[in-house]
Design a protein around this ligand. Structure first.
Ligand SMILES: [Zn+2]
Length: 228
């Protein structure tokens, strides 16, 4: 699932959610040196996400894991009264996957991280994108074009790799079964610092644990009411 040399570090965008955290465990298990990133955009779930990222990194502590780099990319000026900024009318459990699309999300997440990689001589940037990702900015064509545009601007190419792009949620969850998944965070409407249990992403999380018949260790403010 990856072709990089073991000694060359690979950058990884972490969101604190299941997919990117499992990808971290997977890359380390493959013997890769990993440079983790978190992009701080001041969206409503940031505090909980960032705490999850810190907790997970600490738990999987490895000599091949570099210190977390946090990049600031505030989006409140751009997103205005979007639910990701206001926390109002957040897509609930029954909404379709595309309800949680954030405008320009992958462009914004990747651009600063990829330039950091160019500046620091890292040739690969990994994203925890799954086969089921429904968005146009998660396709092969999008990433190929984006990678080329960045290389044209700066000369050295950063390969944007998606080791899980051929896998579905069940396969990814199975890969991560032995990781401390209780420390991950997926909610877009945190309640009192914990998962709300009723938003689109909580429903996806609840369904993900059911896929592998593992007891969901997550504490949900509303109990496990969501289903997708
Ligand atoms: Zn939630």
């Amino acid at each position: 699932m990856n072709s990089g040399s073991l000694d060359a570090p690979i950058a990884l965008l972490l969101s604190g959610g299941l997919d990117s955290c499992i990808l971290l465990g997977h890359l380390l298990e493959q013997g890769r040196w990993v440079q983790p990133f978190y992009v701080r955009s001041d969206l409503v779930w940031q505090r909980e996400e960032l705490a999850a990222v810190g907790g997970f990194l600490q738990a999987v502590d490895s000599t091949r894991l570099r210190d977390l780099v946090i990049l600031d990319l505030p989006l409140r000026d751009l997103y205005g009264d979007h639910w990701s900024v206001t926390g109002r009318d957040v897509p609930e459990a029954t909404t379709p996957d595309n309800a949680v699309y954030l405008p320009g999300r992958n462009v914004l997440l990747v651009v600063k991280t990829a330039v950091w990689c160019q500046l620091h001589g890292i040739g690969e940037l990994a994203l925890g994108v799954l086969r089921s990702n429904p968005f146009a900015d998660a396709t092969d064509a999008f990433f190929d074009d984006f990678e080329s545009a960045l290389a044209r601007a700066a000369g050295n190419r950063v390969h944007i790799v998606r080791p899980f792009a051929g896998l579905d949620k069940r396969q990814v969850m199975a890969l991560g079964k032995r990781l401390p998944l209780d420390l991950t965070f997926s909610c877009i409407s945190p309640a009192g610092g914990i998962h709300c249990g009723i938003c689109n992403k909580c429903a996806e999380r609840i369904a993900a644990f059911r896929l592998i018949d593992v007891d969901d260790p997550t504490e949900y403010a509303a109990g496990q009411v969501g289903m997708k």
